[in-house]
Design a protein. Structure first.
Lengths: 428, 312
């Protein structure tokens, strides 16, 4: 996220000039200078770089000089609890960033404002990424504005690959072979992982499930049925279990939160990661800037040689509280952030995938791998109860049981599937 | 409180009697009000909530849906709940037994050592006690860390086996042992200092007399010290049981706020159901059951404590 390079400023300025020439953002209001009040915005940790937030607020201030914008940064780990509490009260934040898997829950509960009628006022609303738009849509109504997306690929160390004499693989079998060669080449390092895969990393596990034709759950006749125990899902998980057992020395009960810091330590050849994690790995404070030229990326390969596995399309949307007292201002602030000018910055400065297909060409260099991965992407079951599956840690628990050999794949997947069916169909 | 309305035509003597009767009630009214406000009201709300279906939609609308005992039925038929109860009880038993046992030994040690050592020991205990739980759990987390933990390093260096990349939480039995260590470590100071205060009250004459009569060290403890400490043991066991049964922080923080269901205590289970799965009614019902179980478990101790108080 913190790609502080001189050219970034140049690009930002150039973009600003172009955007200004192309005309302003939506949500025009003749009485804008007479509007007063405080607009509270909740953004997630690591979403927009501070420089972008500052510029958005400056642009907003120019239009609404008497409105104060308070941007509060929230943490992913406890955000659902905070959101529940905030929505329960009478003054929730006016604008909030919501992970795309969380929107359905809050929209169905009546927490979010229906903005179907305002869609045309947002830049690029005709070319928004389909998967993000879907996550914002409930029963044909729009409850949020797509913000940005993220998709995963494999980040690898070019120098390790070169010294082991291997090239990025184009199949899962190839991945195993390459990994084993790397393990042999680094046999003297007891901390070395060819593919570092923490046990609870379910976003990293889904591509393997999907690649063999499996899925988390399927819907028919309004009823959900968990399908992680289907033969194809089990095949994917068995394949992954084999890879993890042979190539990873990551904590089998840990999560991916620290994988970039671990990668920067120099005992890891490959991780499954988002595009913006390149910035974390090479961050001067938290990472190792010297690795910048040694990093490459390739898509997660399929078991069919030459193809890639579908990846989970993560991302965020921006919603407005149904209880907000400044709904017009909230609308205008979101329009500013997701307008052409700042969305371009999100891509170039923030390194995320922008919310519109019209900007996918902005992904260059290492980023292009991640942008391309988004084209072959899948999503979790679009159900208002999905957030509860996440909160109940069903997938991480299942993976830990498999990787630590506490349960075999059939037992673990049967239990997880049953739990997912229950939760998605509205039971506890 | 029906006494508050005094008939107007009462004679002065009768009025005096009412006054005398009423006065004590007036005196306890403030404390009753405070207890009702901070204990009875929330507990009542909890019971009321546990009888409703209360999800996110209901939370936002401030209006639950009455389901009677439905939530309790759902919990009692959930196999996970039975596992959690058995695990919590076993964990509590292990923690309380170890805490009281070790604390008593340390307290008796405190009686024997020189002043300087006693001050040192006491300071160490108070430091442990004074450190916030969140901080201590963070430190324990690093000590048991999978990659960089000092425990793995030490055990390997001491040639007790190969503990490089040993994951203490792979195997739930090992993981729970770690938690017993952490909880007992945190509980020892309070119990030790309390028992030590009790030991100071045991008259030396009695111990000397027992010694003269030929009682060994164990007999002196068993027949002189222990009976005199009984009220203190009762209180300490009762409090430890309540605390250890409701353990939350240590496990929740150490497992990065995402404990797997193998590591649920009843408190974590209740929290996950309420705030994780947004089923506040179910969460409330679990909390009510927690209180009921605690009442049953501690009833014996409370009764004994009250009896002791009556004798005294």
């Amino acid at each position: 996220m913190n790609l502080r390079k001189p050219w970034v400023t140049v690009v930002s300025v150039a973009v600003a000039v172009i955007a200004a020439a192309c005309g302003g953002t939506g949500g025009g209001n003749n009485n804008s200078s007479s509007q007063t009040g405080t607009l509270t915005v909740w953004l997630m940790n690591g979403s927009a770089p501070q420089s972008v937030i500052d510029e958005v607020n400056a642009d907003f201030k120019a239009k609404y000089p008497n409105v104060t914008v308070k941007v509060e940064i929230q943490q992913w780990s406890d955000v659902t609890t905070k959101l529940d509490t905030a929505f329960q009260g009478s003054t929730p934040p006016d604008v909030m960033e919501l992970g795309n898997t969380l929107v359905a829950k809050y929209a169905a509960a009546g927490a979010l404002l229906d903005i179907t009628g305002k869609r045309a006022g947002f830049d690029n609303s005709a070319t928004w990424l389909q998967s993000l738009t879907d996550s914002c849509t409930q029963a044909g109504k729009l409850y949020c504005v797509p913000y940005y997306a993220g998709s995963r690929a494999i980040i690898y160390r070019k120098d390790f690959f070169a010294s082991a004499g291997v090239a990025p693989p184009d199949s899962i079998d190839g991945l195993l072979t390459v990994g084993q060669k790397l393990m042999t080449a680094h046999a003297s390092d007891p901390n070395f992982s060819a593919l570092y895969f923490p046990g609870k990393y379910w976003y990293g596990a889904l591509p393997f499930v999907w690649d063999f034709g499996g899925d988390i759950a399927t819907q028919s006749g309004g009823k959900w049925a968990g399908s992680l125990n289907s033969p194809s899902s089990q095949q994917g998980l068995t394949t992954l279990n084999n890879l993890v057992g042979k190539l990873s020395r990551a904590d089998k009960t840990g999560d991916e939160a620290k994988q970039d810091a671990a990668f920067a330590q120099g005992h890891i050849a490959m991780i499954i990661a988002n595009g913006w994690e390149v910035g974390v790995i090479t961050d001067p404070k938290a990472g190792n800037p010297a690795l910048k030229d040694q990093l490459g990326a390739f898509p997660i390969p399929s078991h069919n040689a030459g193809q890639t596995a579908p990846v989970f399309l993560g991302g965020s949307d921006l919603g407005i509280s149904a209880k907000s007292k400044h709904q017009d201002l909230a609308d205008a602030w979101i329009a500013t952030l997701t307008g052409n000018k700042h969305m371009t910055e999100m891509a170039t400065v923030g390194g995320v995938i922008p919310n519109t297909t019209s900007m996918l060409s902005l992904g260059t260099g290492i980023n292009s791998t991640f942008y391309n991965a988004a084209k072959n992407s899948k999503f979790v079951p679009n159900s208002q109860n999905w957030a509860s599956v996440e909160s109940a840690n069903v997938l991480p628990d299942m993976l830990v049981k498999i990787f630590t050999r506490q349960q075999d794949v059939p037992t673990a997947t049967n239990a997880a599937s049953a739990r997912i069916s229950t939760i998605l169909n509205g039971g506890g | 409180m029906g006494l508050a309305i005094a008939p107007p035509d009462l004679g002065p003597a009768l009025y005096q009697r009412f006054r005398r009767r009423l006065f004590p009630y007036a005196l306890i009214t403030p404390s009753v009000a405070v207890i009702a406000g901070i204990l009875a009201f929330p507990l009542g709300m909890l019971v009321w909530l546990s009888l409703q279906h209360y999800g996110l939609r209901e939370l936002i609308a401030h209006q639950g849906e009455w389901v009677g005992l439905g939530n309790y039925q759902a919990i009692l038929t959930d196999p996970l709940f039975h596992q959690v109860i058995v695990r919590s009880l076993a964990f509590t038993f292990a923690c309380v037994a170890l805490t009281v046992g070790l604390s008593t030994l340390i307290a008796m040690l405190l009686l024997k050592v020189s002043n300087a050592v006693r001050v040192l020991l006491m300071s160490a205990l108070v430091f442990v006690w004074a450190t916030p739980v969140v901080v201590t759990v963070d430190i324990w987390q690093w000590m048991f860390d999978y990659e960089f933990g000092v425990i793995n390093y030490l055990l390997t260096q001491l040639h007790l086996g190969n503990f490089i990349h040993h994951n203490w939480f792979d195997n739930p039995l090992q993981g729970w042992t770690v938690f017993v260590v952490i909880v007992v470590w945190g509980a020892i100071p309070f119990v030790t200092i309390t028992v030590y205060a009790g030991l100071l009250q045991v008259p030396n004459e009695l111990l000397d007399a027992a010694q003269v009569d030929g009682a060994g060290a164990w007999q002196r403890f068993r027949f002189v010290t222990a009976p005199m400490l009984k009220p203190i043991f009762l209180i300490v066991i009762c409090l430890s049981t309540i605390w250890d049964f409701g353990v939350f922080n240590q496990i929740y923080i150490l497992l990065n706020q995402r404990p797997s269901s193998d590591y649920y205590t009843i408190a974590i289970y209740s929290y996950r159901e309420s705030f994780g799965v947004t089923q506040y009614g179910i969460g409330a019902a679990i909390a009510v059951l927690l209180v009921l179980i605690l009442i049953v478990v501690t009833l014996f101790y409370v009764r004994e404590t009250v009896r002791q108080a009556e004798i005294a």
